[in-house]
Design a binder for this molecule. Structure first.
Ligand SMILES: Cc1ncc(COP(=O)(O)O)c(C=O)c1O
Length: 420
């Protein structure tokens, strides 16, 4: 049998060795946890107030991203909820959202009794296409939540320009974009508020779950802090709680881990960039025809939560799914789709599964839009196309240049077998 026979057809695999595991935690996090445990033994419980870890984590995070303030919260979803809560939006406000994202970026809009309106993505990149935004703006639009999906920076100048013109807030969802860069700024410091997920799958974690809300705006900062702790009157003389909020506080234990992880953030993201550079160089040598790296659409540097390739169906005898399966069969983690992240087609949102059977906030008298004209699934034609032609590959900081070579070789082998 030829060594060019595809593994999916019973041929030899390009890669037999197991793929490297992602190891996020070392002795430094263990020592940080022990520090908090030792303090707890002496009577300081894990409580956020009165401790040092959460306060310090917030200050260090703000300094690392380049904002004046940061509020630690318990998840990325909580960070988006807190950012929206800080804006004190009226019920029935419209919020322009990323179409390809985690539901954790959309559900908080609904929990704020606001209506999500989806921007479209580019056809060849998961991020929101600013050109799709102006037509969506109504007199109820108040904010844009843009997601730097995969870690790739959104076109912030264009988004901020639209926001300025229509007096909108811009929230950057940096869940997948730790230490991503837009021009000379880190993502999260470009819009009015930046939100981070610190769950374990992300570049850095605060012990499995966590989030952060960053801003330069002092009023938004205090509102975020208040919202994340049931409206407590921080920085206020009010005798009681100020407004509706949640309890999204984090513990000293999470913050101690998060602080170590924060120190690692630049190196983690740089290692991912180095991996992608090595992979793209190796892929160029393979002279593949059926796919190519996805274009950025903005000046900056991705943080590469994962990598993406644009598939050209017209150049290939296989579909993207078949091509991906054939590459994966060669022993490398390439080929997954991100179609599951296309929220406008998700069943729950189209069935308006929110507050019981009420279909709030779409049925609320506060929302002036027309529910009969709302068709989320059909509102994002470019995003529908995008998820059909962009495939994923694994990127993490424990992958080496040799892994990048194997990944490119596997793609090259499949590509030669099925190009038209
Ligand atoms: C773009 C995006 N936004 C928000 C979230 C929600 O973050 P969390 O899972 O920490 O709640 C995620 C999580 O995967 C995400 O990828």
């Amino acid at each position: 049998m030829s060594d060019q026979e595809l593994a999916i057809n019973g041929g030899p695999k390009v890669r037999e060795q197991p793929w490297p595991e992602r190891l996020q935690i070392d002795d430094r996090e263990v020592e940080a946890v022990m520090r908090v445990m030792e303090a707890a033994k002496k009577g300081n419980p894990f409580e956020r107030y009165g401790g040092v870890e959460v306060d310090t984590f917030e200050q260090e995070f703000a300094a690392a991203i380049g904002t004046k303030f940061a509020t630690a919260v318990s998840s990325g979803t909580a960070s988006i909820h807190t950012a929206l809560g800080a804006l004190r939006l009226d019920a029935g406000s419209e919020v322009i959202c990323a179409p390809i994202t985690d539901p954790g970026a959309i559900m908080p809009v609904l929990w704020n009794n606001c209506v999500p309106i989806f921007a479209d993505s580019y056809e060849d990149n998961f991020n929101m296409d600013p050109a799709s935004i102006p037509a969506l703006i109504t007199d109820q639009t108040r904010a844009i939540v843009c997601g730097h999906i995969t870690g790739c920076p959104c076109d912030m100048d264009a988004i901020l320009e639209i926001a300025r013109k229509h007096d909108l807030y811009v929230i950057e969802d940096c869940a997948q974009a730790h230490y991503g860069r837009y021009h000379d700024k880190l993502l999260g410091s470009v819009g009015h508020i930046g939100c981070f997920s610190l769950m374990s799958g992300k570049h850095t974690t605060a012990g499995g779950q966590g989030g952060m809300v960053v801003t330069d705006d002092e009023e938004l900062y205090w509102n975020a802090k208040r919202f994340a702790d049931r409206g407590k009157p921080f920085n206020s003389d009010a005798p009681g709680n100020l407004f509706l909020g949640m309890n999204y506080r984090v513990t000293e234990l999470s913050a101690a881990i998060g602080r170590v992880q924060l120190e690692k953030m630049p190196a983690i993201t740089q290692a991912r960039r180095d991996y992608v550079a090595a992979f793209e160089a190796a892929l160029a040598k393979e002279e593949v025809v059926c796919c190519e790296p996805v274009p950025l659409h903005a000046e900056g540097e991705s943080a590469y939560w994962f990598g993406t390739l644009l598939f050209h169906a017209d150049r290939c005898t296989k579909t993207m799914a078949e091509y991906g399966e054939a590459v994966a069969a060669e022993g490398v983690p390439v080929g997954g789709s991100y179609a599951g992240a296309l929220v406008p087609v998700a069943q729950w949102i189209n069935d308006m599964q929110t507050y019981g059977q009420s279909r709030e906030p779409w049925t609320s008298p506060h929302w002036k839009g027309d529910i009969s004209k709302l068709n989320y699934a059909e509102s994002v034609p470019q995003a529908l196309k995008c998820v059909e032609q962009v495939m994923r590959y694994s990127v993490h900081e424990c992958q080496s240049p040799a892994d990048a070579e194997d990944m490119a070789k596997a793609i090259g082998k499949v590509d030669r077998a099925c190009r038209k």
